[in-house]
Design a protein around this ligand. Structure first.
Ligand code: PLP
Length: 471
């Protein structure tokens, strides 16, 4: 139950976010607000203390409380991106170098989007590993050929009903993480020199794989909250022979943007009109903070052009490397063949383990807990950004997932910031890895999948202080 002082603090925070009280403006005095709300002075003192902690207001001795300067821009989301013309990916090597700095085990990991082990049901998974190895030895120590372990595919088919996709286990291919699902989709749909449209900024893995396959990439203007611009994509389709569009439809990486249902329908209709395919990456899809009506692009795919890709890397374990895809029906044999030529199928043991875990029905309970933790972490990280980051910083407002997209003032070079933070034992990801261009060189992505602690707050303070020095 929300306590009264929290409720009052939340109301005032909303007023500030909506600009009713502007940057630097005085908020009602403690006495005034107590009288107006008909509550005690100490309740308002507690509410103002909380708002001060959250970085919304500052007290001035003998004068009262004021909205923190610079807050107005933080509450303005980052602007729509500009997009690009189709080009070959030229930054793959640079992306690898930047990623190498992100994955240092001794660092506070605010970089790589990896959920902390303590959030994962690893004890339950350990039990299922032992159980599967013991009771299913014939299966787990053998090859499991594409399209993968049937009971796992059936479990996934049932879960796909949650997003109104009524498929059968036979339509699903188990993959080595979402990364293999993306690779199989690109190999199935494209040839060297083809043009693929992506969000801008987009998941860097799309750029790396496009580079590997010799594809050209066109970045489409994208709103950090509402996702890819369907209008801009329409213009691009009129101008260029685009083969497919790759979209992370819910809680995209790095912005956290989601497509609402109208936009999902419009995007599928557009793909139909120009006869192109869609690669839908929904890896964060099960991590929404609110109970919205759930649909994905695949929900509206009535003529088989959406390749749906996902995995358990963000919800159960990235190390088990289990993902899945739902190719367009007419391409499934091609996908299976392609997987047989390369990996056969992921580890049999891990497929058995996940099928066994999903059968218990505990996954939904785990997800409910995870969503709450991530929603709290996002809120707390935003509060820390509000308090410690330079004036003029803008932040996206994801409604799910565990990453935050932060645009710092333009003078800040995020790669320099990454190096400076790394020297202080903190990993962050610079915006440059999410685009082939330079539009996001003042942006960073933060991983909020860590248990909240004072040392984490200190690390965010250090990033803010270091960024301030670079302005
Ligand atoms: C949007 C997106 N797609 C795909 C992947 C790769 O997922 P997996 O580890 O399951 O291969 C990631 C991992 O960070 C991601 O963020």
């Amino acid at each position: 139950m929300t306590t009264l002082y929290r409720q009052i603090a939340d109301e005032l925070a909303t007023d500030i976010e909506q600009g009713i009280y502007g940057s630097g403006q005085k908020v009602p005095s403690v006495r005034q607000l107590a009288k107006f709300k008909d509550v005690s002075i100490s309740t308002i003192n507690q509410a103002y203390g909380l708002l001060e902690d959250r970085g919304f207001i500052r007290s001035k001795p003998q004068s009262g409380y004021y909205v923190r300067e610079g807050l107005a821009t933080l509450n303005t989301p980052p602007p729509m991106s500009l997009g690009s013309e189709p080009v070959a990916v030229s930054k793959a090597e640079m992306i690898n170098q930047m990623l190498a700095i992100c994955n240092r085990p001794s660092h506070v990991n605010l970089g790589a989007a990896i959920p902390d082990l303590s959030f994962m049901p690893f004890r339950a998974l350990q039990t299922h590993i032992q159980k599967s190895a013991r009771f299913d030895a014939r299966g787990v120590f053998n090859y499991e050929f594409s399209p993968g372990y049937e009971p796992l595919r059936s479990q996934i088919a049932i879960r796909m009903r949650d997003v109104n996709v009524r498929c059968h286990g036979d339509e699903i291919v188990i993959t080595h993480g979402c990364a293999e699902a993306i690779a199989l989709t690109l190999r199935c749909l494209t040839e060297k020199g083809d043009i693929v449209a992506v969000e801008s900024p987009c998941y860097y893995g799309f750029l790396q794989q496009a580079n590997l396959l010799g594809l050209n990439v066109i970045e489409i203007p994208t709103d950090p909250n509402t996702g890819i611009s369907v209008d801009a994509l329409t213009l691009a389709l009129q101008q260029w022979p685009i083969k497919m569009v790759a979209v992370t439809s819910r809680f995209s990486n790095p912005t956290g943007a989601s497509l609402d249902q109208e936009k999902q329908k419009a995007l599928v209709a557009l793909a139909k009109r120009f006869d192109i395919a869609i690669m839908e990456d929904d890896i964060y899809g099960e991590l929404g903070f609110t109970e919205q009506k759930k649909t994905v692009l695949k929900t509206f795919d009535d003529d088989g052009r959406v390749f749906y890709c996902s995995s358990y890397s963000k919800t159960l374990s990235p190390g088990l490397r289990i993902g899945w895809m739902l190719p367009a029906k007419r391409h499934i044999q091609q996908v299976i063949q392609s997987q047989m030529y390369t990996t056969f199928s992921p580890s049999a043991l891990n497929q058995y383990v996940l099928a066994s875990y999903l059968k218990t029905g505990h996954f939904d309970k785990h997800l409910r807990k995870l969503r709450k933790v991530y929603a709290d972490n996002i809120e707390r990280t935003m509060d820390a950004v509000r308090r410690y980051f330079p004036d003029g910083t803008r932040v996206s407002r994801p409604q799910g997932g565990f990453i935050l997209w932060i645009c710092l003032p333009e003078q800040v070079n995020a790669v320099r910031l990454q190096h400076a933070c790394s020297e202080q034992g903190i990993s962050i990801v610079p915006g440059d890895i999410f685009s082939n261009g330079n539009e996001f060189s003042h942006c960073i992505r933060l991983n909020c999948g860590l248990p909240w602690s004072e040392s984490l707050k200190d690390a965010l303070h250090t990033i803010g202080r270091t960024a301030l020095k670079l302005t």
